[in-house]
Ligand binder design. Sequence first.
Ligand SMILES: [Zn+2]
Length: 307
Amino acid sequence: MMITKQKIEAFKKLISEGQSLISDKGKINAPECEAWKTKCLYTLKRIALHGIPDVEILNSDCAPQMALAQLQIACTSASNWLIRQDSANQTSKQQGKVILCLHCGNKTYMNMVSAHKDHWGDDCTGIWSVNLWCLYFCPVCSKVTLEHNYTFSENEYLDDYGNMRPITETTTLYPHSSSSEAGIPIGIRNSFEAAQKVRHIDGAICALSLRRTLEMVCKDKGETVGNLFTKLQNLSKKGVLPQILDRMASVLRELGNVAAHADDTVNEFPTEFVPDLIEFTDIILNYLYVLPSKIQNIQSKINNQAN
Ligand SMILES: [Zn+2]
């Protein structure tokens, strides 16, 4: 017997049949209840033979309530097994996908060149998790991207067919970019991503986008008066931004000004600075948003343990 979605639906039907028979005290010794029990024990045996964990094969003299309870356990176990199987199949089928390359800024189809999977499961509770690392190769710049996918059985969403499905969280481990991290306000994150996308298309536009990202950061941190340089200086004076970052910010400001105001020299924009500008913006976002968010996470973990 193959465990399929249809089979699990049939088990559920058998469960609800049993529930209504058992809840009616007059029927518990009736032949129809006995017939149901025979069907139930046969089903349990078939599920057990399939290698689904925690399925007990019962004797025919067991109480119908016992058979029903075992069938409920077996049904949960079988449906967890099926979800696990599904996600394993999806992984082996997934050979590549369209990714934004953070090295070259191209959004392109990349082949998956390697993968490693680590599976954990507790058969008593049916709780499981899967860690999957995938390595993709960019055909444009010949560099790799490492992704981590984490699936936890208890973290679910409702799919279009009304079934609970586990959510897979994907993070890019390499190359590192703060824009993929938690804690950065969505508008700032989008603006930074937009800058990264055009880095190889137009260095001047990239610098302008980075400047816009920094303007948004200043506004978010309560600095609204003056030009970008004054705002960054004020943030530095207040201690929000360390002084070393403030000095880098002024370099970015000057390059941004070149890109914005000298229309006739846009073509001469020093594109060799673009990677440094991106890295610098990344450091600022990391310092102002990502690190505090991580520290807060650690703090709340410590508080939870103390309570
Ligand atoms: Zn690339």
